[in-house]
Design a protein around this ligand. Structure first.
Ligand code: B3K
Ligand code: ZN
Length: 865
């Protein structure tokens, strides 16, 4: 195989031809599905005489133009491309292909799993169905006729509206779907199978009735209600907050268990990973309920930000993903707790995105260079992309931002556009200058924002001096200053906000750093203040600002903003963990303990927020602050601080836990209380409280509580944990979705590497485990590599060897899935020298494999270069 090559953003050129309509006839068969694709092609570049179409993993049966079969001399297939001689301004092209869906384990294009045919075309899967201009800037009107045996596939679903259906010979039937909206091929979808169907409807604000249909595996109907309710909430919210209304008469969602990611926004026919749509209280946790609401929202919001207005090329992916993540975050925040949602987003950036920026796959939110597009559905493009949108929201305000959105939609509806087009609309509509701000799109890496302060008592003046610096990243050596919005607040020694002035005007709480250095002078500050900087994480940067424990305790207790209080707690805990890491004998200070005690006894604070305050920074975040450290030792220091905190506050923690448990029994507990209760239980378990853990497990009447108990038992390796694990397995062994939790618990127990690998290998022979199912692989192998630092990073390197072996197998089954779970290995440069060497050896072994997929090749070669 020739070495995969990269494509560059700057090489974009419009297509010589466009396809205005595409008529598909798909005759389904496990191994010989036939596709007849009729395109109306027109030439855009008069000089063009050959049409080049992409196509992979299929057989070409025939080509004809304007009704005439094309002789083989006028077309050829080479390197996944069909080249056709076509010196015509307009013509009708008919291509017949055959594919093998049952053997399509990559789950891209059209595949069959568990009796269902379904498709996944983003990013470049449509080219596995037929030869096509498979690029997002070619927008066509699609008609799809699906044919299949009726008994096995009573439902035949496609994009848009059903315009025809009927019986065929030999028990077959057909359905024809027409999508009135021109769309890129990545939004094409087709599903055929037998399902339970949940029906509902939504009346739009202009009074149109939209049918809502959710298709789930037989017997799973009761797990679909939450998704339907979430969908209706999303439709209403997008009308209320963004003024955007749904455009078709029907919206369908199908749940499948074999799926490479969370869900897919195909026009009018979303396909969802069953894990991201099915839930009831018995089988799903509160966190899963929230996640479903958010993903249902996300895919729905794509209808405008993604489908009606799509990307010109794949380098612009953040145009739709960053914006749609921002929209789904706002949706969850408007419906639930804004602070808790913001904290979750900040954790993702600090724990995962910063690591990506520091590793071999570093890229700007608008990448410059791509080998395999599927590798760029990253936390950078999605979550950092959403932070960039959020900063524009901060700079423009809600009104300015909504004006910008309106301008964007009016200008570009029905088009395939660029990130620049979006920023231009924001700028034009608001009048805010975003010239410098645009750099966030082209520059990778995490800026460091260092701040120093100076207080002048005589002048009642407080000065903050800012300096930004972005270190070189793997992809980009030279960095420039960025436009960084810094939200801030000053507190006096009593914790009251100080009303400061800037240039004679009341300070509005926002400072924009526009150059490498900047200074903010605040007047009317009558005592040395405590500054709360980068409130709500107003920019995705690393803040370096020396604040002592006293200042942080004050912020934790009094900052007006809840996220700022949480952030102060994180700084306190991080400091404590690093002290133990540096010197094992250190113990928590009295003032820190008191600060946490007052949070715990204050019943006026939202319980979910209290839980967040007690959650220690992740090991990934800790390593990010101390690159090159022994990660196992960091993990142990983290546990030590959890133990110390628990011992110091045992009576308070136990009684708050008991109070929550009491509320639960009386049916008065909500998700926030359960979240706090389970956080407390984990702390108690670390101090050996087997009894409360077993009791909660035995009495649990919902999955949040039973998984909470199981997690606590496993994290603390309590003596009773194996018994709980087998009881859980006995109760759920037939239910794959719940078994994924059991697989993850098995993978994450922080035992010795030999025991961990023994348990994982045993789980791999469990009848519910399946290496071809990405959910199972992620639940077991992915969880081990991502979330069991003790065993995975054991200094023997055995954890790495195990992962490499699994990757070799997965490379041949599902390259996309393999390329996801390799992430912890390619970040080897963050680790100490011994581990680096062991990880590198594993990667070198992978690189030497003869048939490495493009997906793995891109990541492995980058990490080794
Ligand atoms: N757009 C899809 C992701 C497609 C991933 C392709 N490897 C889901 C989403 O972001 O909404
Ligand atoms: Zn998306």
């Amino acid at each position: 195989m020739s070495q995969p090559t990269a494509r560059h953003r700057l090489d974009y050129a419009p297509s010589d031809f466009s396809i205005d309509t595409l008529n598909l006839i798909v005759r389904l068969d496990d191994h010989q599905t036939r596709i007849v694709a009729t395109s109306q092609v027109h030439r855009r570049n008069e000089a063009a005489t050959t049409l080049m179409l992409s196509g992979e993993s299929m057989s070409l049966l025939s080509v004809s133009i304007d009704g005439q079969p094309l002789p083989q001399s006028r077309y050829q297939v080479q390197d996944d491309q069909l080249t056709i001689e076509a010196d015509l301004p307009e013509f009708e092209l008919v291509i017949e292909t055959e594919i093998d869906p049952a053997n399509n384990t990559a789950l891209e294009g059209l595949y069959k799993s568990q009796g269902v045919f379904c498709t996944q075309c983003e990013a470049e899967g449509f080219r596995r169905i037929t030869y096509f201009l498979d690029r997002p800037d070619v927008l066509a009107r699609y008609t799809t006729r699906i044919e299949a045996p009726k008994a096995d596939y009573p439902y035949l679903l496609g994009n848009g509206n059903k315009i025809d259906s009927g019986e065929l010979e030999n028990g077959w039937h057909f359905a024809t779907w027409e999508d009135p909206f021109p769309k890129p091929s990545y939004l094409f979808a087709l599903v055929a199978g037998d399902f339970d169907r949940l029906d509902d409807h939504f009346v739009t604000r202009s009074g149109r009735r939209v049918e809502l249909q959710l298709f789930v595996d037989k017997g799973q109907e009761q797990r679909g209600h939450h998704a339907i309710a979430s969908l209706k909430a999303a439709m209403k919210w997008d009308e209320d907050r963004f003024g955007l209304e749904y455009d078709l008469d029907i919206y369908m969602v199908v749940a499948v268990d074999f799926f490479n990611m969370g869900a897919m926004e195909n026009k009018g026919l979303n396909v969802f990973n069953s894990k991201c749509v099915l839930a009831d209280g018995d089988s799903a946790t509160d966190a899963e309920f929230d996640r479903i609401e958010s993903i249902i929202g996300h895919e729905y919001f794509h209808n405008w930000t993604g489908n009606r207005i799509t990307c010109r090329d794949w380098f612009q992916l953040s145009l739709k993903e960053g914006l749609t993540v921002f929209r789904d975050q706002e949706f969850s925040s408007d419906l639930g707790s804004r602070a808790v949602n913001r904290i979750a987003a900040v954790k993702t950036i600090r724990g995962v995105q910063f690591a990506e920026d520091a590793g071999p796959m570093a890229h700007p939110i608008r990448p410059e260079k791509v080998i395999e597009m599927n590798n760029f559905y990253t936390v950078t493009v999605y979550d950092k992309g959403a932070e960039i949108i959020r900063m524009m929201h901060t700079l423009l305000g809600e009104d300015g931002f909504q004006k910008g959105m309106q301008c964007y939609v009016e200008r570009h509806d029905g088009q395939a556009v660029t990130c620049d087009d979006f920023v231009q609309a924001m700028e034009d509509a608001s009048g805010v200058d975003l010239t410098l701000f645009r750099r966030w799109y082209s520059q990778s890496g995490t800026p460091h924002l260092s701040v120093t302060e100076h207080y002048d008592a005589a002048k009642a003046q407080y000065t903050l001096m800012f300096r930004q610096h972005t270190a070189a990243t793997a992809d980009q050596a030279d960095k420039l200053p960025l436009h960084i919005p810094v939200k801030l607040e000053l507190l006096d020694s009593q914790g009251n906000a100080i009303a400061a002035m800037v240039d004679g005007q009341p300070f509005n709480g926002l400072y924009s750093l526009m150059e490498e250095q900047g200074t903010l002078v605040l007047d009317g500050v009558n005592e040395a203040p405590v500054a709360s900087l980068l409130q709500e994480f107003s920019a995705p940067v690393k803040l370096e600002f020396a604040q002592d424990e006293q200042a942080l305790c004050l912020l934790m207790a009094h900052a007006n903003n809840a996220v700022a209080r949480w952030d102060a707690a994180q700084s306190l805990l991080t400091g404590a963990i690093y002290s133990v890491f540096d010197n094992a004998d250190v113990s928590l200070s009295r003032s820190l303990v008191t600060a946490f005690e007052s949070v715990l006894v204050n019943e006026r604070v939202d319980a979910a927020l209290v839980a967040e305050l007690l959650n220690l920074p992740s090991v990934a975040t800790l390593l990010d602050g101390r690159p090159g450290s022994d990660v196992v030792k960091l993990y142990q220091a983290r546990v030590e601080i959890q133990r110390q905190l628990t011992r110091a506050l045992k009576p308070v923690i136990s009684s708050r836990y008991d109070a929550c448990q009491q509320q639960q029994k009386q049916g008065q507990a909500d998700a926030a209380i359960r979240s706090l209760k389970n956080t407390l239980l984990e702390l108690l378990a670390l101090d050996g409280d087997d009894e409360r853990v077993s009791r909660q497990f035995a009495e649990a009447d919902n999955m949040t509580d039973s998984l909470g108990a199981l997690t606590a038992a496993n994290r603390a390796l309590l003596p009773g944990r194996e018994d709980l694990m087998s009881r859980f397995e006995a109760r759920w062994h037939d239910d794959v979705l719940v078994m994924d939790k059991w697989f993850s618990q098995t993978a994450m127990a922080p035992q010795s590497v030999d025991k961990a690998l023994g348990a994982i290998e045993a789980a791999m022979s469990h009848p519910r485990f399946d290496m071809a199912n990405p959910n199972r692989v992620r639940a077991l192998i992915g969880a081990f590599a991502e979330a069991n630092p003790m065993a995975f990073h054991d200094v023997s390197g055995k954890g790495y060897t195990f992962l490499v072996e699994q990757l070799k197998t997965l490379n041949g089954i599902n390259p996309q899935c393999a390329a996801r779970i390799i992430t912890p290995l390619i970040g080897f440069k963050r680790h100490d020298a011994t581990r680096q060497q062991a990880m590198k050896a594993g990667l070198t072994e992978l690189m030497a494999m003869g048939d490495l997929s493009r997906d793995l090749y891109e990541k492995v070669s980058k990490s080794l270069s």
